[in-house]
Write a protein that binds this ligand. Structure first.
Ligand code: GLU
Length: 422
């Protein structure tokens, strides 16, 4: 099955991120030199990945690892498998990781990886061979105190297990702390799987609270029903919200009385799609974005809320599960409409926050219970939410600019204190 190309091309996505960083450097007056410094990633690595396919042929894939900045700590960020992934997209995402980790005040820098492939057309053995060869090719630049990968779009705990095993074989010792988002049986953290979606749901809940609305019965539409969207929907449903629509790569379903989210998750697990769910009507992606709902959760891919789709949006709150779902022209329209946006680098930071807890547990050889992991994550996100709202007031800017201003200030402070050597 072909996977759709994001409406935002890699170089456009990168330009968007840079525009936001430039604006924050200006607003915070940290000094223009910092923009020039932050404009380029420290390291960009492109690798070729020859893989034996199931029919005996050899296919060569291209992969990337981009390390943007490590002033605040080792590089950190996921790896995505997607057909249109390119160097500019991965660079933009690495930059977002730098600022995301700074917003939630984690001692990490930002990185991202990607392999240009269509995971829907690959079998498990091919995925394993791609992962192991990719890991082998980036092994020199990753490591527990250098750069710690994690899952992202179409990668999961199993992929992280292969990555960890390959890296461990190369360095000659079992090294679980080189990667996060591993299976719990291999040193993964309790709660990591649901962390990003829960964080996105917490972002929506805090926004709803800030608008003096209650959670009971509010209508929610969720775009994207992968790891992030499904857990966000599940938590919002369990808190009394009415999840009326969800979509995946094959289409969208709508039920005005509210979907039974646990049953829908089971349906998707069984059939591979949300389509055909009992009592739900099939609608288009665009119709989902334009539904009359209080909360919209874009958790698919970058650029889905853009100049073409933004006008019909009726939601009062948007909590961004995906990285970069909203383009800057769409952002302007949302601002005029008065939509309360919880920006990606804040809303979806629950995942990397629990990744950090996983890394700490690995380094200390500890295992924390799920409740402890998730309540620590919640405390960090709520604090970051308040910091961002405070920054928005201080500089009289919107939430997204505020999240960037706050993180740019933190990153620049670290760069300044480190100085330049050699
Ligand atoms: N890929 C996730 C993100 O974009 C998680 C990164 C991590 O846990 O390191 O935030």
């Amino acid at each position: 099955m072909p996977l759709q190309a994001p409406s935002l091309k890699g170089h456009e996505f990168l330009a968007e991120v840079l525009r936001r960083v430039k604006e924050s450097v200006e607003v915070t007056r940290v000094g223009d030199d910092y923009y020039e410094f932050l404009k380029y990633p420290k390291v960009q690595l492109t690798v070729s990945i020859p893989v034996k396919m199931r029919d005996g042929s050899v296919k060569t894939f291209v992969g990337y690892r981009v390390q943007h900045n490590n002033a605040r700590g080792p590089y950190k960020g996921g790896i995505r498998y997607y057909p249109t992934t390119d160097l500019d997209e991965v660079t933009a995402l690495a930059m977002l990781m730098t600022y995301k980790c700074a917003v939630v005040d984690l001692p990490y820098g930002g990185a991202k990886g990607g392999v240009q492939c269509n995971p829907k057309e690959l079998n498990r053995d091919e995925l394993e061979r791609i992962t192991r060869r990719y890991t082998y090719m980036i092994a020199d630049i990753i490591g527990p105190y250098k750069d710690i990968p994690a899952p992202d779009v179409y990668t999961d705990a199993q992929v992280m297990a292969w990555l960890m095993d390959t890296y461990s074989q190369i360095v000659g010792k079992l090294t679980p702390e080189v990667v996060t988002g591993k299976p719990v049986a291999l040193g993964g953290s309790e709660g990591r799987e649901e962390a990003t979606g829960l964080g996105v749901a917490i972002g929506a809940r805090e926004a709803v609270k800030a608008l003096n609305m209650g959670m009971k019965g509010i209508r929610v539409a969720v775009e994207g029903f992968g790891n992030v969207g499904s857990y966000a929907a599940l938590y919002l449903h369990s808190w009394g919200a009415k999840v009326v629509a969800v979509s995946d790569s094959k289409g969208a379903v709508y039920k005005p009385e509210g979907l039974n989210v646990p049953a829908l998750i089971e349906h998707k697990r069984r059939t591979g799609t949300v389509l055909g769910f009992d009592g739900a009507k099939a609608i288009t992606h665009e119709e989902l974005l334009h539904l009359d709902v209080e909360v919209l959760i874009p958790s698919a891919i970058e650029g889905t809320i853009n100049a073409k789709t933004v006008d019909g949006i009726k939601a009062k709150v948007i909590s961004e599960g995906a990285n970069g779902p909203t383009t800057s022209d769409a952002d302007g329209v949302l601002r005029e409409k008065g939509v309360f946006v919880v920006p990606d680098i804040l809303a979806n930071a629950g995942g990397v926050t629990v990744s950090y807890f996983e890394w700490v547990q690995n380094l200390k050889r500890e295992k924390w219970p799920k409740e402890e992991v998730l309540s620590r994550m919640e405390a960090k996100l709520v604090k970051a939410f308040q910091d961002v709202i405070g920054t928005a007031r201080k500089y009289e800017v919107d939430n997204r600019s505020a999240a960037f201003c706050l993180s740019v200030e933190r990153v620049c402070e670290a760069i300044r204190l480190l100085g330049i050597w050699p």
